[in-house]
Design a binder for this molecule. Structure first.
Ligand code: NAI
Ligand code: MG
Length: 493
């Protein structure tokens, strides 16, 4: 079994500035977390019918933070019944204007409690506070604001049609952007008049349960939003419940395929947002320093726990050495550690399982003959950590180049011509996102129309906005979320 330190011993990227940052931890004083959480059904926190709980831990300290209810098929059934009742009695009958008011209220309340949400997100999931504070929580509020605006304008969104809600939506979300994924799924469903049963990921249920408190305070009619917690079995119970009209899933391609099979022929609607292996392409005419910063942000952002992460770097041969040297310098300065520290760049890996997956891929890479470099970051004793990692001397056929690692691991390849890099960029089963760095508008145009991916960035990376649609081709998924496009999966038009 490969240890991270083995790589460090062999290829350690040392960098000393002669100075260091003092710790700057965000305080935990202003947050409240209960010792135990039930499901949120019909507007109330309810005990799980079978009485089982599991711990949620902080991946940076391995401390138990709270106990979370295990959702059984009976709990899911209770949640679906409550959602169905709320759908037929209140929510689908309410005017768009009134639905919008509730969504605006939720958005404002998220903003008011942003600090509390950011701290809990970083504790429960391991991401740096800088990111939960500046990305996750503000974007979650922005999604509610954005879709609140559509609630009373659906007839304008689809001129000449009479858009109608679908019914009860079952939504299953992953652990990489817990509150943001919840907002991403809830806001369009609610704006269009559907009710929801949502399951957060088992390692990161807390911000969803805190959102339940906001939903209560916002006085949303009971049953419009229900949260059932638990792992894969609970998710499967949602997928297979016969009174659910639509499934929205974000997570692994493997589970996405299981869900697609499970609902085939049932008439349930489906959107899937799955994995990715995004190319990030840098041409010799790019602003190199800016590109290096974008590449770093594209893969080390959120420990690489990002489906659209720029995990495959392609550098034009003439600048390959320069880019590699700059990347090495920059990686050596990234601070890895306490997610609650405001200076932290790279936080904890979300779970022991995910760390094992990443290490397994590094071992595969070594066995395939790749050169693997890791920064010399000092890691805390407890918790799950992976130093920023560069993987060089690889080709298209390497598994570490083809498969989703979902960690802070960047493969580097070179290219000579635009045609060559397009072929390489498209040579994966995925097609979620991609990036291009160049000074030439025409190159941007040619590359972005040639890369088979749903989301493309030029001279930037990992920028999100509620107004723009997001989704993939091939094994990266089905359907679009975000923007006007994100309304359609929740409407009969
Ligand atoms: P996963 O796909 O198992 O989990 C995602 C969600 O699906 C969780 O809420 C989970 O409880 C639920 N789930 C699991 N099995 C289910 C089933 N049979 N029916 C319904 N729901 C089910 O992902 P996991 O195991 O946490 O991560 C494995 C890999 O998946 C990662 O290494 C990464 O490559 C990829 N992944 C991709 C994400 C993305 O944003 N596209 C997010 C999370 C993981
Ligand atoms: Mg946790």
């Amino acid at each position: 079994m490969l240890k991270e330190t083995d790589i460090q011993k062999k290829n350690r990227l040392d960098f000393s500035t002669g100075w260091s940052y003092d710790p700057a931890p965000e305080s935990r004083d202003h947050i409240t977390i209960k010792e135990q959480y039930g499901h949120f059904i019909n507007g109330k926190f309810t005990k799980p019918i079978e009485g089982n709980y599991f711990p949620t831990i902080s991946p940076s300290t391995e401390e138990e933070i709270s106990q979370i209810a295990v959702g059984s098929a009976a709990d899911v059934d209770a949640a679906v019944k409550s959602a169905r009742k709320a759908y037929s009695k209140t929510w689908s009958k309410m005017s768009g204007r009134d639905r919008g008011r509730y969504l605006f209220r939720i958005a404002r309340m998220i903003q008011e409690r942003a600090r509390e949400f950011a701290v809990i997100e970083s504790m429960d999931g391991g991401k740096p506070i800088r990111e939960s504070r500046d990305v996750d929580i503000p974007l979650a509020a922005a999604h509610f604001f954005y879709y609140a605006g559509w609630a009373d304008k659906l007839e304008y969104a689809f001129p000449g049609r009479k858009p109608k809600p679908i019914g009860v939506a079952g939504q299953i979300i992953p652990w990489n952007f817990p509150l943001l994924m919840a907002a991403w799924k809830l806001a369009p469903a609610l704006a269009t008049g559907n009710t929801v049963v949502l399951k957060p990921a088992e390692t990161t249920s807390l911000t969803c349960l805190k959102l339940a408190e906001i939903i209560q305070e916002a006085d949303l009619p009971p049953g419009v939003v229900n949260f059932v917690t638990g792992a894969g079995d609970t998710g499967a119970a949602i997928v297979n419940h016969e009174d659910i009209d639509k499934i929205a899933f974000t997570g692994s391609t493997a589970v996405g395929k299981i869900i697609q099979k499970a609902i085939a022929g049932t008439g349930k609607k489906l959107t899937l947002e799955l994995g990715g292996k995004a190319p990030n392409i840098i041409f010799e005419d790019a602003a190199v320093d800016q590109a290096v910063e974008g590449i770093i942000n594209g893969i080390f952002f959120n420990q690489g726990h990002v489906c659209c992460a720029g995990s495959r770097l392609f550098v034009q041969e003439s600048i390959a050495d320069e880019v590699r040297d700059k990347l090495i310098d920059r990686i050596a300065t990234l601070r890895v550690g306490d997610p609650l520290d405001k200076n932290t760049d790279v936080g904890a890996i979300n779970s022991k399982e995910q760390l094992d997956t990443i290490n397994r891929y590094l071992e595969i890479g070594l066995n395939e003959g790749a050169d693997i470099f890791q920064s010399s970051c000092e890691l805390p004793e407890k918790g799950y950590w992976c130093c920023p990692t560069l993987v060089a001397n690889v080709s298209q056929s390497h598994r570490i180049v083809q498969e989703e690692v979902f960690g802070p691991v960047l493969t580097i390849q070179t290219f000579r011509t635009p045609e060559e890099v397009l072929e390489k960029a498209n040579n994966t089963p995925y097609g979620l996102s991609g990036g291009v760095w160049t000074d030439k508008g025409s190159k941007i145009f040619n590359m972005t129309s040639g890369i088979k991916a749903g989301v493309l960035w030029a001279n930037t990376f990992n920028k999100f906005d509620p107004t723009s649609p997001f989704g993939g081709y091939k094994e990266s998924g089905l359907g679009r979320e975000g923007g006007l496009h994100g309304l359609t999966p929740y409407l009969n038009i």
